[in-house]
Design a protein around this ligand. Structure first.
Ligand code: GMT
Length: 381
C-alpha cells in the first residue's frame, strides 16, 4: 500500500513511533511517504520504499503565526495526487488530524477518497488537546478520522472522558524492535568512560518539559547516591534542563551528573545503564521506559496514565505515586543493592519488553489500514 505518514520530526516519542513504523512498513514492501517540516530524526532514507517530502512555510511579514496547517494540507493534496498515495496516517492529533481532514475534503472535490488513520499519542489529548482553545477542533478532527488509534488503554479512556468522541478507538500499543542488534553485540559499550566499576549508572531520557518532573529525578538520585556510589545520565533538551543543572549544583552532586543534550545514540547510553527513571506527572505510554526495558534496564516510574501497562510493578521495575520521591528512591535502592537482584530485574524488564516487539504490533496497524481502505472503497461505490 502507498501510505503517507505525518508526524513531528523532532525528538519525542510520537515522532519516533511514526518513523520506526514507517521504516518497518517499508521493509515489508509498503511505499512510505513521510510528510513533515523536517526530516524525522530517526529516519534513514536508504530504502527505495521510503520517501520524505518537506513542508515549507515561507515567512511573510503579515503573518504573526505561520499557517503550517495550510501548507501541510496543500502538500498532502499535491503528494497524494503525484504519488497516488492510498492512505494517510497522522500521528498526534494537533494539528495533523485537522490538516489531514482538510486535505481529505480537497481531494474529495477531485473524486479522490483518501482514508485517514489518526493515532493519539498523549499530550495531544491530556495536556494541549483538551485546552478550550483547541478542544472543538480536536474533537471534530478525531471524529472525522476513518480509524482512530491510541497508544494505551488509559489514553483511550482519557480521550473518551474529555472529548465527545463517537468513533471507536482501537488500542495499539507502542513497540520496539527487540531483535535490533544491541550495542554490546559487536560494538564496544563505553561504560568505563562514564563511571567507575563500583558505581551504578542511572539514566533519564526525555524532552525535559515540566510534565517529566525533572526535579524529582534529581531528588531521587540525590537519595540513591547517599547510600551507594552512582552516576546519573540526563539525556535530552528542554525548558527544565537549566533548572536541573542548578539543582545539582545546590545539592553538591554536579560531578556525579552528566547532561548529554539530545542524542541519537540512545542504545549506546542504555547499554551501560543499570536503572531508568521516569517519574512523570502524566505519561500516556512511556516509550522511553520501554526502550530502556528492551536494553535490559529496569524502570522506576510513577504509576500515572499508561505507565502501569508498560512497567510491571515488582517485576520490570517499580511504580510509585506521582511525586513520592522517597518511595522511588527506596525502590531504586532495592533493585540496585546487589548484583543478583539487579540481574533478575534486568532479565524481567527484557521479558516484558518482548511483549511489545514490533513483530507483534505491526500486523495490528496493517489490519486497520486494510479496514480503513476497504471502508473508503465502500464509500466510493
Ligand atoms: O509529551 C511528550 O513527552 C511527547 C509525546 C510525543 O509527541 O512524543 O509523547 C507522548 O507520546 C509518546 C509516544 O506515543 C508516549 O510514549 C508518551 O508517553 C507521550 N507523552 C505523554 O503522555 C506525556
Amino acid at each position: 500500500m502507498k501510505i503517507a505518514i505525518v508526524c513531528y520530526p523532532t525528538f519525542g516519542g510520537s515522532g519516533v513511533v511514526a518513523t520506526e513504523l514507517g521504516l518497518e512498513l517499508a521493509q515489508r514492501g509498503h511505499e512510505i511517504h513521510f510528510i513533515t517540516y523536517k526530516q524525522p530524526v530517526r529516519l534513514a532514507l536508504l530504502n527505495p520504499n521510503v520517501h520524505f517530502h518537506e513542508v515549507n512555510v515561507p515567512e511573510y511579514p503579515l503573518f504573526h503565526y505561520q499557517p503550517y496547517e495550510l501548507a501541510l494540507s496543500s502538500k498532502l493534496v499535491d503528494m497524494v495526487k503525484l504519488h497516488k498515495i492510498e492512505l494517510l496516517h497522522v500521528h498526534y492529533a494537533i494539528p495533523h488530524a485537522y490538516a489531514g481532514y482538510i486535505a481529505k475534503q480537497m481531494l474529495k472535490e477531485e473524486g479522490i477518497n483518501l482514508p485517514m488513520v489518526t493515532t493519539l499519542h498523549g499530550t495531544d489529548i491530556t495536556l494541549v488537546g483538551k485546552h478550550p482553545f483547541y478542544k472543538s477542533a480536536v474533537t471534530f478532527s478525531i471524529n472525522q478520522s476513518d480509524v482512530v488509534t491510541s497508544v494505551s488503554k488509559n489514553l483511550k479512556e482519557d480521550t473518551l472522558k474529555h472529548f465527545a468522541i463517537h468513533k471507536e478507538i482501537e488500542v495499539i500499543p507502542n513497540f520496539i524492535e527487540i531483535n535490533k542488534p544491541k550495542q554490546d553485540e559487536g560494538t564496544p559499550c563505553y561504560r568505563s568512560l562514564m563511571a567507575k566499576d563500583n558505581e551504578r549508572i542511572i539514566t533519564h531520557i526525555s524532552n525535559f518539559r515540566r510534565v517529566k518532573r525533572i526535579p524529582d529525578i534529581i531528588q531521587i538520585f540525590y537519595k540513591i547516591q547517599q547510600h551507594i556510589p552512582a552516576k546519573l545520565m540526563m539525556v535530552g533538551e528542554g525548558p527544565e534542563k537549566e533548572k536541573a543543572e542548578l539543582l545539582c549544583e545546590e545539592l553538591g552532586i554536579s560531578n556525579q551528573v552528566i547532561f548529554f543534550g539530545n542524542s541519537n545514540e540512545i542504545d549506546k547510553i542504555l547499554c551501560f545503564t543499570d536503572l531508568f527513571l521516569l517519574p512523570s506527572e502524566t505519561e500516556s505510554f512511556g516509550l522511553a521506559a520501554l526502550e530502556a526495558m528492551a536494553c535490559k534496564v529496569p524502570v522506576i516510574s510513577s504509576n500515572t496514565g499508561g505507565l502501569p501497562e508498560v512497567n510491571k510493578d515488582g517485576f520490570s521495575g517499580y511504580l510509585s505515586n506521582v511525586g513520592d520521591v522517597e518511595s522511588m528512591a527506596n525502590n531504586a535502592l532495592h533493585i540496585l543493592k546487589d548484583e543478583d537482584t539487579l540481574n533478575r530485574f534486568k532479565e524481567q524488564a527484557y521479558e516484558v519488553a518482548k511483549e511489545f516487539d514490533i513483530a507483534e504490533i505491526l500486523p495490528m496497524y496493517e489490519s486497520i489500514y486494510e479496514k480503513a481502505f476497504a471502508k473508503s472503497i465502500m464509500e466510493k461505490i
